[in-house]
Design a protein around this ligand. Structure first.
Ligand SMILES: [Zn+2]
Length: 286
């Protein structure tokens, strides 16, 4: 029943309050409606409101979908920017570490040279000693410097191994960095394209939404926006589907479904507060 909008109803003022009360109090079911096949002014008026609300909902859902598509891309771009910055920092750190290791290797090489000079000097002095005690003391010095050289050589081997490792790590980080930079560039241009592509469509939808909103009285519109804001999927107006609320899927008893179909009052879901429209009305607008 009640598929088409008949003549324009001029009973706005009263109906606004009735309709809004129904939403605000969730006290929705009136007396089981008349069986009269002829629609009265209230029915026509409520039907128009429901149509306007459902049309607005469909339009706003389209805007939501555009935002979802675009909404993930900036995050992906941001993540890639973080990855790139992280890799750049890591490579910088490796470079600094390599410089430090190279400095340590050269310091140790310098120390070895100094030890070698000392050893040479001690050995020369041993040719001119006056007694065994002096000779033994110089031998000890030579041994000590030889040990120093061995220690430095051991350190140099360790530093060199670390250098090789760090250089390999830099290489793989640089490969990863160039991959990430390519990904980032691709995502950035994708985002630019999508923004350019959807900007116009979104603007048109927003304009359309504004026009549709002007057809709906303020208190009903406020209720619509409030429900929409609180609903996770942005749905404030939903059809009854398979005996259930199309928003929260709670069961709707037959009598209540009948009331929804009669368009005598704006009825909201007892469980989630969404405005309910009958499937026939929804289908006629899809
Ligand atoms: Zn519900």
């Amino acid at each position: 029943m009640a598929k088409s909008v008949a003549k324009p109803a001029e009973t706005r003022g009263e109906d606004i309050n009735k309709a809004t009360n129904a939403i605000e109090t969730s006290e929705t079911v009136e007396n089981p409606a008349s069986d009269s096949p002829v629609k009265d002014e209230t029915e026509i008026s409520i039907e128009k409101k429901l149509i306007a609300l459902y049309t607005l909902q469909q339009n706003d859902s389209k805007i939501d979908r555009i935002k979802i598509v675009r909404g993930e891309l900036p995050l992906e771009v941001e993540d890639l920017e973080d990855d790139v910055a992280g890799l750049e920092t890591r490579i910088d750190n490796y470079i600094q570490e390599i410089e430090m290791l190279e400095k340590q290797v050269s310091d140790k090489n310098q120390a070895i040279k100094e030890s070698q000079v000392l050893i040479k000097r001690y050995e020369e002095q041993q040719n001119n000693v006056r007694n065994n005690r002096e000779y033994d003391a110089l031998t000890k010095e030579v041994e000590f410097q030889s040990l120093e050289i061995q220690l430095s050589e051991k350190r140099i081997r360790e530093f060199t191994a670390q250098l090789v490792m760090r250089k390999e790590e830099i290489e793989s980080a640089q490969l990863e960095l160039s991959d990430r930079r390519n990904d980032l560039e691709a995502k950035r241009s994708e985002l630019t394209d999508i923004v350019a592509e959807t900007e116009l469509e979104e603007k048109e939808l927003i304009n359309k939404s504004d026009q549709q909103q002007r057809l709906i009285e303020d208190r009903l519109l406020v209720a619509y926006k409030r429900i929409r804001k609180n609903a996770r999927n942005g749905l404030a107006v939903v059809p009854v589907e398979r005996d259930a609320c199309g928003g929260c899927f709670s069961y709707i008893p037959p009598q209540r479904q009948l009331d929804i179909k009669l368009h005598k009052k704006i009825i909201v879901c007892e469980f989630c507060g969404r405005i309910l429209v009958d499937k026939e009305l929804a289908d006629s607008l899809n």
